[in-house]
Design a protein. Structure first.
Length: 178
C-alpha cells in the first residue's frame, strides 16, 4: 500500500480521525513489543476520542464512562501493552504535559527532552509511521493547517525500519546526555 498525504485544509477532521483510528489500532494489536515513539517539540493534552455513548469502553475499561478520552489517558493505556517513548522539547507546554498524572505517574512511559532546535514530528510504530508538520497538541490536531504522511507497514517496511534505527539512535543519544 502506498503512503497517503493528508492536508488539514482539505477537511477539518481528517487529522483527528486518522489519529484516533491509528491509536485505537495500537490498543488492539498486542503482539508487538517494539516501543511506540511519539515525537513532537510541543506536546499537550487534547481530546483524542469522543465517547458520549461509551463506544470506546472496550479499549478503556477503567474510564469507560468518561464522555471524552484524552491523549494522555490513551498513552497511559497504551503503555500497559507496550513501551511508550515521548521525545519533546523542554518548553512550558511540553513540561506541563509530562507532569499530567496519567503521564508522570506511569513508569512505562519514558520521556526525553531534545535540544530546543529539535523539530521532528511523528508517531512511529511497527504497524505504521505518521510524519509531517503536525505537533501533538490541540492546535496541531484540530486547528492548524498541517500536512502529514501516513505510511502503513505494508509497502513501507524499509521506511519504518530505517525510522526505527534513527529514532533508537537518537533516543540513546538523548539518554547519554543526562
Amino acid at each position: 500500500m502506498l503512503s497517503r498525504y493528508i492536508w488539514s485544509h482539505e477537511a477539518v477532521s481528517l487529522h483527528k480521525d486518522l489519529l484516533a483510528s491509528c491509536c485505537s489500532s495500537l490498543l488492539l494489536s498486542t503482539t508487538s513489543r517494539q516501543p511506540v515513539y511519539f515525537s513532537s517539540p510541543w506536546m499537550s493534552n487534547f481530546v483524542l476520542f469522543a465517547n458520549p455513548f461509551n463506544e470506546w469502553a472496550g479499549l478503556f475499561p477503567d474510564i469507560a464512562n468518561q464522555v471524552e478520552i484524552h491523549f494522555a489517558e490513551f498513552l497511559k493505556r497504551l503503555s500497559s501493552i507496550r513501551p511508550v517513548r515521548l521525545v519533546l522539547v523542554a518548553n512550558p507546554t511540553s513540561k506541563a504535559f509530562v507532569r499530567i498524572p496519567a503521564i508522570e505517574g506511569t513508569s512505562t512511559i519514558e520521556t526525553r527532552f531534545a535540544p530546543d532546535t529539535y523539530h521532528e514530528k511523528g508517531i512511529l510504530t511497527d504497524e505504521f509511521y505518521i510524519e509531517g508538520s503536525m505537533n501533538l497538541t490541540y492546535s496541531g490536531v484540530h486547528r492548524n493547517h498541517e500536512k502529514i504522511v501516513f505510511h502503513p507497514r505494508v509497502g513501507n517496511e524499509d521506511k519504518i525500519n530505517l525510522a526505527y534505527i534513527q529514532f533508537n539512535r537518537f533516543w540513546k543519544k538523548l539518554g547519554e546526555k543526562r
